[in-house]
Design a protein around this ligand. Structure first.
Ligand code: FAD
Length: 596
């Protein structure tokens, strides 16, 4: 059976030492999250993930969800009780506003808790994750009445949320959507249409499901400019807040799919379902973007979380499995063979995953802090800078963390040899579960295009320039420090590659848009590597300072070696991405479509 231990030491190192989040105690919610409170919460979150959610991961995979004859959906054994426990423990509302019943604690803290829950049981975590996204969209775009009606029940976990964008003929290109909304005399709308692949669309974990649905109001313009956002409850809510009649929305079927079997992926049929406009007419994408950005960060964490749990299992197996002898001679002479951890290639594989995980976790914490500043600061300039960071980093996080996270689950599976291919070990489930994170919430190619075509140039390139300046200043400041050189010199080189790629795009994409589109995925990866290198350099500086002040510990030594591995063995990939980008789109676009 797979194991999982929440990485508490690492989260505490990031919170307390690297990002020193106590410095943010001028922001609402942070004073309530002092170091001892944080540690207590994280400890409880770890227990919940390890003892309640992780044991249900394989059950969920084996049983999956079942649609019953009446259209209801039964989740796997144990999910209902576990969801009740999560809801009653207040975990869903950890960072939700207190005026709606949340605890108002920092998002930085709830993102760490999310990682634990996703590592333990990704399919289960999605029921709460989508609910949080729907709450965010309602809080930003909903009317006072909508917020009052839905948000407290969702924070309490009595009701859950969904996002309904995809239709059979429209996935990436939402301008093609056909679901229609007909205005009623009382101000409501009747929604009709079919949505597919809707996560958590129907289930038995909560009393009501609040669907956020994109549809086109009759007479609205074609394309994306005519799309509006609606709130459509599964069961209508009476004026006094009690549940009324069943609405015209049903689950037509559930998908049988590669992974996340414990999460119901539904075809949702809307048949004159009563809905209410959220935000302005024809501005539905803006409303949905709040939910999508929230969800994209959550999906990025899925990449990290699956990589982490896969790593933990692979490392434990490698310490245990006896095969062959070390190239330098027997290391366990008393045994018939050495454990495979002695083999350099096994170590290369494990360090590649670990070096990604630790820097990716730092990037998630850094970005979650920016999210807290963007939403909670009184200072307009700070809010603007934090918002710039979020805009720039969201596609990088979603695209790079999920792509690498999935690749890492495959690498971790490889450590088991043939045993990794056998279901009982649990490794192939991590691979299957992680795969979807590259596809939904905007497939990764779309994240790359978003970065290159929109985020890079937004506000005259302000966010990118500020990021380059920050990283450049850090590399320069520590460039002459001997102990920091193994980290600062490669960081400066990677930043140089990224800046060259950016300059190349500026010079070559305007005249030939294919150059930008063909370069986009490489550019996103180049950006991802450089950002993780910055995270490693920051962590190395803190580790070196701590060693200088209070001596070396095993944790700090491991940190420094893992960081050096990243710089020496992984970061050189930036040169590869730069070379590909600079080769342009010629060979990519030369063949006619029928040559493929
Ligand atoms: C398990 C699961 C759960 C899901 N949950 C939800 C949910 O809760 N709510 C919801 O609304 N949807 C959900 N989805 C749908 C998901 O978001 C879509 O599948 C995804 O957005 C891609 O759309 P598509 O499948 O129609 O692919 P298409 O849009 O048809 O894309 C096919 C391929 O073409 C590429 N492509 C398309 N356009 C471009 C372009 N301009 N440049 C480069 N490449 C391009 C894409 O990257 C992709 O690789 C879910 C899907 C699955 C499988």
């Amino acid at each position: 059976m797979p194991i999982y231990k929440a990485p508490l030491d690492d989260v505490n190192f990031l919170f307390n030492d690297v990002f020193q989040i106590d410095r943010y105690d001028n922001l609402p919610g942070f004073t309530d999250a002092s170091a001892d409170v944080r540690e207590a919460i994280l400890g409880e979150a770890a227990k919940l993930a390890e003892e309640v959610l992780q044991p249900l991961n394989r059950v969920g995979d084996l049983e999956g969800c079942n649609r019953n004859a009446d259209g209801s959906v039964t989740t796997p054994k144990g999910f209902k009780q576990a969801f009740k426990q999560v809801a009653e423990g207040g975990w869903l509302g950890l960072s939700a506003p207190s005026e709606y019943g949340g605890q108002g604690l920092p998002t930085t803290l709830s993102q760490a808790v999310n990682e634990f829950q996703i590592s333990a049981n990704m399919a289960f975590s999605m029921y709460g994750g989508l609910t949080m996204g729907a709450i965010a969209a309602l809080l930003v775009n909903g009317s006072q009445e909508q917020k009052k009606t839905y948000v407290p029940k969702m924070i309490a976990g009595e009701w859950t949320g969904t996002m309904n964008l995809t239709e059979p003929q429209c996935g990436t290109d939402l301008g093609l959507l056909r679901s229609k909304a007909v205005r009623q005399a009382d101000g409501s709308f009747k929604i009709t249409g079919t949505k597919i692949f809707i996560s958590a669309g129907e289930h038995d974990l909560a009393d009501n499901i609040i669907h956020l649905v994109l549809a086109r109001i009759e007479g609205a313009p074609a394309g994306i400019k005519g799309v509006s956002l609606f709130v459509v409850p599964k069961t209508l809510v009476n004026a006094d807040g009690s549940l009324g009649a069943r609405n015209g929305v049903t689950c037509g079927s559930i998908e049988h799919k590669m992974g996340i079997h414990g999460n119901s992926t539904c075809v949702m049929n809307y048949d004159n379902a009563v809905g209410w406009l959220v935000g302005e007419e024809n501005k539905g994408m803006q409303g949905m973007f709040v939910m999508m950005n929230e969800a994209r960060l959550g999906v990025a964490v899925q990449g990290l979380a699956q990589s982490e749990v896969a790593y933990q299992n692979a490392a434990a197996y490698a310490r245990d499995r006896l095969q062959g002898r070390a190239p330098t001679g027997a290391k366990a002479a008393d045994k018939p063979a050495d454990p495979i951890i002695v083999h350099p290639d096994v170590r290369r594989t494990l360090l590649t995953i670990r070096a990604f995980n630790e820097a990716a976790r730092a990037l998630v914490v850094w970005t979650a802090l920016k999210s807290d500043v963007a939403h909670r600061s009184n200072d307009a300039k700070d809010r603007e800078a934090a918002d710039d960071h979020m805009g720039l980093m969201t596609p990088v996080l979603k695209g790079f963390l999920t792509e690498t996270g999935f690749a890492n689950t495959v690498q971790a599976q490889q450590m088991y040899g043939g045993h990794g291919y056998i279901a009982e070990q649990g490794m192939e489930q991590f691979v299957r579960d992680a795969r979807i994170s590259m596809i939904y919430e905007g497939a990764n190619a779309i994240q790359a295009l978003d970065l290159v075509a929109r985020k890079l140039s937004r506000n005259g390139g302000r966010a990118a320039m500020s990021f380059f300046a920050e990283v450049g200043a850090f590399a320069k400041q520590h460039g002459t420090d001997e102990a920091m050189k193994p980290y600062s010199a490669p960081l400066a080189k990677a930043l140089g590659d990224l800046q060259q790629a950016t300059t190349w795009l500026i010079s070559n994409a305007m005249t030939k848009p294919d150059n930008a589109a063909a370069a986009a995925t490489d550019y996103l990866h180049l950006f991802g590597f450089t950002t993780l290198a910055y995270m490693w350099a920051k962590m190395a500086k803190v580790a070196l300072d701590k060693i200088a002040s209070s001596g070396e510990t095993a944790y700090l030594k491991t940190k420094l070696v893992t960081g050096r591995f990243f710089m020496e063995r992984m970061l050189p990939e930036t040169a590869l991405h730069l070379a590909r980008i600079q080769s342009g789109s010629g060979s990519t676009m030369e063949l006619a479509a029928d040559a493929f």
